[in-house]
Design a protein around this ligand. Structure first.
Ligand SMILES: Cc1ncc(COP(=O)(O)O)c(C=O)c1O
Length: 444
């Protein structure tokens, strides 16, 4: 038996299935830059960044150096009671780099879900309004409050907490109102304003939480006017505007925060995944009055972990110093252009979309009916893995390949990855993939 399967067998005996979304058999041993090696030394190009976490590449040496220094100085103090220097320094930095000239403060956690749990728990306390509005297709996390705000089927299958309302997200390729953008005049927004929010009722609506790009929902990029107009609707009614930047923040879209493309300053931003280059850390940055609205109401022993905070400070410095935002825009545009070039040659490709270095390729059985090609998507991701490329798929219909490479990936790896991607797609279309092997992996 190969080492990979030996480990996977051990995993199956010891680690509960509740933890996994699996697309192919891999056990990671080491990684560097945009490369990952499995326990047998097989090399892969990582076009996933481990669910958009390793934005600066795996094992970024400067981040490791900052972490080593921190480890020697202070591994742990519980920020709840014994504040540490790096936590405070990072909070100052986050206040500086987030949009909005108003006074802000920071809360720290460990993963995206706990940051969005903050939203569910604290926003109603702050506003003295009980309800929250989220979006169909959204993914805000697996804890009870975060999942209650979410509209992705991975989360709506649970019975969540009450007082959340879900509105349709502008998924133009599959418009819920069967309209065509821009002729539609954003009918969806009109519906959200006049039917959803104004019936909520608005005076009991505490906050709207929205992903600037719905990532797990299928890399859905809303029309340019959507976010600013939604913001205005909220402001007119005293509703707080919250954006979830857990996946798209920290440079992925070519701006530090994706919401900056919309030129608005949200009242609250949640962030996590890439913010500490792989060390567990999340944060919520929001208006002073929100962040101070409840005493000791959302705290974890390991919040503002000094090692993660040191990694995050280094991450921010590198992003800004090395012009990573410009790089993400440039490489992202290049990948998009290359994908668009092959669009017409592949019957399975229904839509290609994205911004910066979060790109989605939606597969359909035929272009007229747009029937989702979910199994073909699973086959493509599997075949790409066999050929040495790591990708994942997302989407309400499990039919969107998500492309989120490290923002630091080199041209050579991009070319090789795209070559593999096209070969894998070709193999799926020509029925050259072992379907029985694919069926062993449930995906999501
Ligand atoms: C937009 C968004 N918010 C929140 C989360 C939850 O983050 P975590 O898995 O770190 O708890 C995710 C995870 O994929 C996400 O994509």
């Amino acid at each position: 038996m190969s080492k990979v399967f030996e480990y996977l067998e051990r995993e199956e005996r010891t680690i509960g299935k509740v933890i996994g979304i699996r697309f192919y058999p891999i056990v990671v041993d080491r990684a560097s830059g945009s490369k990952v090696w499995d326990v047998e030394g097989r090399e892969y190009i990582d076009f996933s960044s481990q669910w958009a976490v390793t934005n600066l590449g795996h094992n970024n040496l400067e981040v490791i150096e900052a972490v080593k220094k921190q480890l020697e100085r202070l591994v742990f103090s519980s920020h709840t009671t014994f504040p540490n220097t790096v936590g405070i320094e990072l909070a100052e930095r986050l206040v500086e780099i987030t949009p909005g000239d108003f006074k802000k403060k920071v809360w720290f956690g460990l993963t995206g879900s706990d940051a969005n749990e903050f939203i569910y728990k604290i926003m109603p306390i702050y506003s003295n309004r009980r309800r929250l509005l989220g979006f169909q297709g959204s993914y805000h996390g697996q804890t009870m409050g975060a999942l209650s705000l979410s509209g992705h089927k991975a989360l709506t299958r649970f019975i969540g907490f009450p007082n959340t309302i879900k509105a349709p997200y502008p998924y133009c390729y599959r418009c819920p109102f069967k309209q065509q953008y821009p002729e539609c005049g954003l009918l969806c927004l009109d519906f959200i304003e006049n039917n959803v929010i104004d019936n909520a009722p608005p005076e009991d609506l505490s906050a709207v939480i929205v992903e600037p790009i719905q990532s797990d929902g299928g890399v859905v990029v809303p029309p340019t006017e959507f976010i600013p107009n939604l913001y205005k609707i909220c402001k007119d009614r005293g509703i707080s505007f919250v954006v979830d930047e857990v996946k798209v923040g920290f440079g992925r879209t070519g701006r530090f925060f994706a919401v900056e493309h919309s030129n608005i300053a949200p009242d609250v931003i949640s962030m996590a995944k890439p913010m500490a280059s792989g060390f567990p850390l999340s944060a919520v940055v929001g208006r002073d009055e929100i962040m101070d609205s409840a005493l000791a109401a959302h705290l974890f022993t390991s919040s503002a972990h000094p090692v993660s905070c040191a990694a995050s400070l280094a991450t921010i410095n590198i992003i800004l110093r090395d012009k990573i935002l410009e790089k993400a825009s440039r490489i992202g545009e290049y990948i998009l252009k290359r994908l668009n070039e092959i669009h017409g040659e592949h019957r399975l490709i229904g839509d290609i979309r994205g911004r910066g270095m979060i790109l989605g390729v939606e597969l359909v059985k035929d272009h007229r009916s747009k029937t989702p090609a979910a199994f073909e998507t699973a086959c493509l991701v599997f075949r790409a893995y066999e050929l040495g490329l790591l990708t994942t798929y997302v989407g309400t219909y499990s039919n969107v390949i998500e492309i989120t490479p490290p923002l630091t990936i080199g041209v050579e790896d991009v070319e090789k990855a795209l070559e593999i991607f096209e070969k894998a797609l070709d193999d799926v279309e020509k029925d050259r993939v072992d379907k029985e092997k694919v069926k062993k992996f449930s995906g999501w």
